[in-house]
Design a protein around this ligand. Sequence first.
Ligand code: NZQ
Ligand code: ZN
Length: 381
Amino acid sequence: MNFSYSNKTQIQFGENSISSIETLIPTDKKVLVIYGGGSIKSNGVYDQVSNALKNHVWLEFSGVESNPTIETLDKAVALARNENADFILAVGGGSVIDGSKYVAAAICYDGEGWDILTGKHQVTKAIPLGTILTLPATGSESNAAAVITKKSTQDKLAFMNPNVLPVFAVLDPNVIKTLPERQLINGIVDAFVHVCEQYLTIKTDSWVQEGYAEVLLRSLIRLAKDYQHRDSSKWRNNLMWTANQALNGLIGTGGPQDWATHMIGHELTAHYGVDHARTLALVQPSLLRNQIEVKKDKLEQMGANVFDLPESDTLALDTVDAIEALYNSLGVATHLKDANIDAVEAIPTILNSLEKHGAVALGEHQAITLKVTQAILESAA
Ligand code: NZQ
Ligand code: ZN
């Protein structure tokens, strides 16, 4: 096991912690506050932010959409440049935070912003970014990744760069009181798949990473089972912290990672507008069944340690059934037809797009070729 690990994001966790940005952001900074479609205006978060920034010079950019588009974000880049903003405060879910990471990096790059997504430009500089999370799901608030869509071409691509790692993340579980149920459930599913992408690969004998991944999975299952208690602070605290820990880099250190479900899922969002988390549930059970031989040891370990399933010759398959049942118990579809996607039309579209993006050898063994993806999607139909 060899790795280099650092996560420098300061986590400010707890009820009423938004006011802490007053001291977390230096007062000599000109702050650009970036947010989404306006939920923060109706749930009091915007008022808390403006109150906490009363000693700062700040301006705002709103309207970052779900699955943020470069077309919208480039307007924020232009505003930040014109106004000489030198600190970004992202207030929202994964979309606003990802979009803000792009803005922070694009401000410092004179070329085409999309180069950051294609890898033509490697980010070496970004202005500092702080985050206030309003939707626990993606882990974006304290990781270095961002996923951006180019609306005009229906491309949804990711970039990862340590320069856009947020300097702080405020996690106030109170803010999720106003989340629509659909988004709460998305958060559980997305975080669950994040852990799986880093854990359901091959046995590593890394007791800390594997053990912690299992604790996170058990916690998410408990949140799903206790869903009727979602109005308790215990439930909210645990969802917020678990989703954060699921993708802050720790459990993925030193081991193989998969991410094939995410790569295929991003195409489903780009072409059919399905919520990110829901694309994962459409793909993952099928993908795991397709890859059952290579993932058998880990699936059996998960079945025993996470779902408390009894030993059996079919334990690996039983584990996949348990994962699928978990999603279904939350009302999340695991077949394309249940998400109103016509597989006959969709499969070639997804395969073409994956090919265009060079995503032709996915998974921890790079064994998920386009042909394998086709079989996965056919059985997900
Ligand atoms: O736009 P607003 O008004 O903020 O409304 C949002 C949006 O409509 C609403 N919402 C957020 N917090 C709320 C709230 N409504 C009421 N009360 C609150 N407290 O929820 C809706 C969805 O928000 P969005 O940010 O789009 O959802 P999510 O956090 O699931 O982010 C999805 C995006 O993150 C990317 C996805 O691909 C997708 O683009 N991901 C980012 C990752 C990363 N950076 O590491 C990893 C993930 O795997 C994922 O790919
Ligand atoms: Zn995800």
